[in-house]
Ligand binder design. Structure first.
Ligand code: ASP
Ligand code: MG
Length: 374
C-alpha cells in the first residue's frame, strides 16, 4: 500500500493525553497496512507563547533568532509523539525539518520550500518505522534553520506527500472538516462533504484558517487530494478536498482578521518602506493591505510621514472561477449595509467577493453575508 501522510495540528497535540490519542490513531493506520509519515505542529498555543517570550526580551528580535526559537515548538511535539508511539510497541523515529530534507530559501519566518530530499524518511519507512516529522520548518542551503510561515505544518505535510508519492494527505484537527463558515460564529454554517482544490485555494487565500494557503497551492499544483478530518474519527471521514472541479458556486464565507491597512500620500514610498519589513503585502488599491501573520516585529516599524494605519477585517465569499458577478457583490453589500455594517471597501475577483469592515463588525458581517449568499 502507498504511503499515507497525516498532519496533526496544535489542538490535536495540546497535552499528553491528546498526544497518546494521536499515537493510537497513527498505530492503527499502520496496522491497516499503510506506511505512515506523521507531521506535527507545536503543542496548543506554544508558538504564540514563544513569540511572546521573544517580545519580552526584544521589540525587534532578529528573524533568524526568531526562527531558531519558534522551530522548537514542533520539535517538542515530534519527540513526545515518537516516545508515545514507541510505548505502544510500534517502532518510530522523529526527524526535524532539516533531517527530513526540507530545503528552503533564506527568507526567515516565511521561507519557501525549494526542494525536498526525504532520503532519511524513505530509509526509515523501509525499516518499517513510523516516521514523525516536525512541521513548519526547514533548512536553507547555508544550513540555517527557517520556518515556513504561520500554519506552515500543513505545507510540510503536503510537500512530503508530494515527494513521497503518497496516496493522500490527511489534515487532522479538532474540527470534522471544512464548513461553509466558522460554525462558532455562524450557527447556520454547514459541513461540506467535498470541496475542490480550486475552492480550497480560494478559501485559504481569503484568509481561512482551516488550511494554510501555500499548502493548498502546492496540493493544487501537484494534484494531491486532501482530507480535513477530526482527530477522533477514522481516517478518510472528513471533508474530501478533491482534484476534480465542482460546479460553480460560492463554497464558503470566511474572515481574515490578521490585516492592517496603510494609507498615505506617497504610495511608492510607503511600499518601499514596507518592503524592508516582514509585512506580507496582500493587495494594493490606493491603500496597502498587509497580512500581519508573519510580521513578528510589527511594533518596531515606524510609520512614514503622513501615513495612517488601522486594523481591518476582510469578509469573503469564496468559490470557483467566474464568481465575479456584480449582482452577487451588490447583494452582499446590500445585506451588510442593511445589517448596519460599515463597509470600508469591497473587491470582486474570479475566486472571491470581499468586503473590508472594522474588526469589531466581523462577526455580524460574516453572518449577514452567509445568510445572503449561501
Ligand atoms: N506552530 C506553527 C503555528 O502555530 C505552525 C503550525 O501550527 O502549523 O503557526
Ligand atoms: Mg500552531
Amino acid at each position: 500500500m502507498g504511503v499515507v501522510v497525516q498532519k496533526y495540528g496544535g489542538s490535536s497535540v495540546a497535552d499528553v493525553e491528546k498526544i497518546r490519542a494521536v499515537a493510537r490513531r497513527v498505530v492503527a493506520t499502520r496496522a491497516a497496512g499503510h506506511p505512515v509519515v506523521v507531521v506535527v505542529s507545536a503543542m496548543g498555543n506554544t508558538t504564540n507563547e514563544l513569540l511572546q517570550l521573544a517580545r519580552s526580551v526584544s521589540q525587534a528580535p532578529g528573524r533568524r533568532e526568531l526562527d531558531m526559537l519558534i522551530s522548537v515548538g514542533e520539535r517538542i511535539s515530534m519527540a513526545l509523539l515518537s516516545m508515545a508511539v514507541t510505548e505502544l510497541g510500534a517502532p518510530a523515529v522523529s526527524f526535524t525539518g532539516s533531517q527530513s530534507g526540507i530545503i528552503t530559501d533564506e527568507r526567515h519566518s516565511a521561507a519557501r520550500i525549494v526542494e525536498v530530499r526525504p532520503h532519511r524518511i524513505r530509509a526509515a519507512l523501509d525499516e518499517g518505522k513510523i516516521v514523525i516529522v516536525a512541521g513548519f520548518q526547514g533548512v536553507s542551503r547555508d544550513r540555517e534553520v527557517t520556518t515556513l510561515g504561520r500554519g506552515g505544518t500543513d505545507l510540510t505535510a503536503v510537500a512530503l506527500a508530494a515527494s513521497l508519492g503518497a496516496d493522500w494527505c490527511e489534515i487532522c484537527s479538532d474540527v470534522d472538516g471544512v464548513y461553509s463558515a466558522d460554525p462558532r460564529k455562524v450557527p447556520a454554517a454547514r459541513r461540506l462533504d467535498t470541496l475542490s482544490l480550486d475552492e480550497a485555494l480560494a478559501l485559504a487565500r481569503a484568509g481561512a484558517r482551516v488550511l494554510q494557503a501555500d499548502a493548498v497551492a502546492l496540493a493544487h499544483r501537484m494534484g494531491i487530494e486532501l482530507n480535513a478530518a477530526h482527530m477522533d474519527q477514522p481516517p478518510g471521514s472528513g471533508t474530501r478536498i478533491q482534484v476534480a472541479s465542482l460546479p460553480q458556486r460560492i463554497a464558503a464565507v470566511t474572515v481574515d482578521d490578521q490585516l492592517e491597512r496603510f494609507q498615505g500620500p506617497d504610495l511608492a514610498a510607503l511600499l518601499e518602506s514596507l518592503g524592508d519589513t516582514g509585512a506580507g503585502i496582500r493587495r494594493v488599491d490606493g491603500a496597502v493591505l498587509v497580512d500581519l501573520r508573519n510580521w513578528h516585529d510589527r511594533q518596531a516599524y515606524v510609520l512614514p510621514p503622513g501615513v495612517t494605519s488601522s486594523r481591518v477585517a476582510e469578509v469573503s465569499a469564496a468559490g470557483t472561477e467566474a464568481l465575479a458577478s456584480p449582482e452577487l457583490a451588490l447583494a452582499g453589500l446590500g445585506a451588510l449595509k442593511a445589517g448596519g455594517v460599515q463597509v470600508l471597501s469591497w473587491t470582486a475577483t474570479a475566486q472571491a467577493l470581499s468586503w473590508l469592515v472594522p474588526p469589531e463588525q466581523a462577526d455580524p458581517a460574516q453572518r449577514l453575508v452567509h445568510a445572503a449568499l449561501l
